[in-house]
Design a protein around this ligand. Structure first.
Ligand code: ADP
Ligand code: MG
Length: 396
C-alpha cells in the first residue's frame, strides 16, 4: 500500500475536506464516550496549524437519505470546540449555499463541521453528483475515518477521486499497524480468534489460516471445532451445522502450513453466573450438562509459549465468557502476556473487535498493546482479507 502523506501536502490557505467518524454514542442528547472526537484531534490540529481551512464531514446514525432533525450533527460542534480549544462553525447542510457560506467564512486555520452527510441519499449511493457537490467546498480531501472505510460512500470513497486525497493521521497510524500485523508482518505470526460463533467469522478464519504460522482458536467457536473432531462438548454453545466447515478450515490450515491450536483443557460450569462453581477438565472429559465457558490453564500455557515463539500477534475475539468471572481468566492471562511482550519490544501485538476492546480494557492492558483498533466492521473486513474501498481509493 502506498499513500500520499499529509506532510507532503501544501495546505496553507487550502480548504481541507476531512472525513471523520463522529458517530458517537449518545444518551439523552449527551455524548457518553468522546473517543471518536478525540481520535480526530491530531489531524484537525495539524491541518489547522498548517493554515488550512478545516471542513469536517461526518455521518451520524441512519437517517437513510432524508433530513431527520434528531440525527443532526449540530450537538457535536460544542464538545468538539471544547476539546480543540477553538471555535467550530456549524453548517446546516453538507452541500450547497449553506455549506459554502460557512466554509467561505473560515479564516486560515479555522474549523467548520458540516451537517450529517447521510441526510442526502447520494451519500450512501456514492452518487457522483453528490460527491461533486461535496468536493465544491474543498481543495484537498483527507480521510481520517478508518472505521467507515469498508463502505464505498461519497464522503468515504467518491471524494478521493475528485480531489488530491490523503489519509489523516489516525487513518495513517491504523494502516501502518494493520500492515505490520498482516500485510508485511515479521514472522512467525500468531493469530488468536475467539468469540462466540464460527458462523460470524468464517471468512476471517479462511483468510487467516493462509497468512499465519499459528492460529489459536478459543471461545465458543472452539467448541464447534472440537465437535467436528468428534469431541463431546456437552451443553456448550456449538454450531453442529458448521462441523464440515470447521473440518474444511482445518484442511486449509494444514495445506497452508498454519498450526492450529485448539483447546486441550477447558473451564466448565452448569450455568453462566458470576461466582458459579467452575471446574477444569480435559476436553475429552466434558460431561453432558457442562457448559464450556473458558480455555483451561494447559491450553493457556501452550498459547503463551506460542506467543513467545512469535514476532507478531493479531487478535480478535475473547477466549471465554470474559464478562463473567472467573471465565475471564484465559483472556486476561493471554492479554497480559501479549502486552508484556509488546511493551518489551518482543512482539508486534495488534487487536480489534468490539468485545475484544472491552476484554483488553478489562485486563487493563490496552495501552501496552502495539495497536488496538476500535473500528469494528472495517477491522473485521480487513482481517477477512477484503479490500476496503475507502482505503483503496487513497492508494497511489
Ligand atoms: P468481537 O466483538 O471482539 O469480534 P465476538 O463478538 O465474536 O468478539 O465475541 C464475544 C463474545 O463471545 C463475548 O460476549 C463472550 O462472552 C462470548 N464467548 C466467548 N467464549 C464463549 C463460550 N465459551 N461460550 C459462549 N460465549 C462465549
Ligand atoms: Mg462482538
Amino acid at each position: 500500500m502506498t499513500f500520499r502523506t499529509l506532510d507532503t501536502a501544501d495546505l496553507a490557505g487550502k480548504r481541507a475536506l476531512v472525513r471523520v467518524d463522529f458517530n458517537v454514542p449518545v444518551d439523552g442528547g449527551a455524548i457518553t464516550d468522546d473517543t471518536r472526537l478525540r481520535a480526530a484531534l491530531p489531524t484537525i490540529h495539524y491541518l489547522s496549524q498548517q493554515g488550512a481551512k478545516v471542513v469536517l464531514l461526518a455521518h451520524f446514525d441512519r437517517p437513510k437519505g432524508k433530513v431527520v432533525p434528531e440525527m443532526s450533527l449540530a450537538f457535536v460542534a460544542e464538545p468538539l470546540s471544547a476539546l480543540l480549544e477553538q471555535p467550530v462553525a456549524f453548517a446546516s447542510d453538507a452541500i450547497g449555499p449553506e455549506a459554502a457560506k460557512v466554509v467561505d467564512g473560515l479564516e486560515n486555520g479555522g474549523v467548520a463541521l458540516l451537517e450529517n452527510v447521510r441526510f442526502h441519499a447520494g451519500e450512501e449511493k456514492n452518487d457522483p453528483a453528490f460527491a461533486k457537490a461535496l468536493a465544491a467546498n474543498g481543495d484537498v480531501y483527507v480521510n481520517d475515518a478508518f472505521s467507515a472505510a469498508h463502505r464505498a460512500h461519497a464522503s468515504t470513497e467518491g471524494l478521493a477521486h475528485l480531489l488530491p486525497a490523503y489519509p489523516g493521521l489516525a487513518m495513517q497510524r491504523e494502516l501502518e499497524a494493520l500492515d505490520a500485523a498482516l500485510g508485511n508482518p515479521k514472522k512467525p505470526v500468531i493469530g488468536i480468534v475467539g468469540g462466540s460463533k464460527v458462523s460470524t467469522k468464517l471468512d476471517l478464519l479462511r483468510n487467516l489460516v493462509t497468512k499465519l504460522d499459528y492460529l489459536a482458536i478459543g471461545g465458543g467457536m472452539a467448541n464447534t471445532f472440537l465437535h467436528a473432531a468428534k469431541i463431546d462438548v456437552g451443553a456448550s454453545l456449538c454450531e453442529p451445522d458448521l462441523a464440515d466447515t470447521a473440518l474444511e478450515i482445518i484442511d486449509l490450515a494444514g495445506a497452508a502450513g498454519c498450526k492450529l491450536l485448539l483447546p486441550t483443557d477447558v473451564v466448565v460450569a452448569k450455568s453462566v453466573k458470576p461466582g458459579v462453581h467452575a471446574e477444569t477438565r480435559n476436553v475429552y472429559d466434558v460431561r453432558p450438562d457442562d457448559l464450556i465457558l473458558d480455555a483451561g490453564p494447559e491450553t493457556v500455557k501452550t498459547l503463551l509459549a506460542a506467543m513467545d515463539a512469535s514476532k507478531t500477534l493479531i487478535w480478535n475475539g475473547p477466549l471465554g465468557v470474559f464478562e463473567v468471572p472467573p471465565f475471564d481468566e484465559a483472556t486476561v492471562s493471554a492479554a497480559k502476556h501479549a502486552a508484556q511482550l509488546a511493551k518489551s519490544g518482543k512482539i508486534v501485538a495488534v487487536a480489534g473487535g468490539g468485545d475484544t476492546v472491552s476484554a483488553l480494557n478489562h485486563a487493563g492492558v490496552s495501552a501496552d498493546m502495539t495497536f488496538v483498533s476500535t473500528a469494528g466492521g472495517a477491522f473485521l473486513e480487513w482481517m477477512e482479507g477484503k479490500t476496503l474501498p475507502g482505503v483503496a481509493a487513497l492508494e497511489q
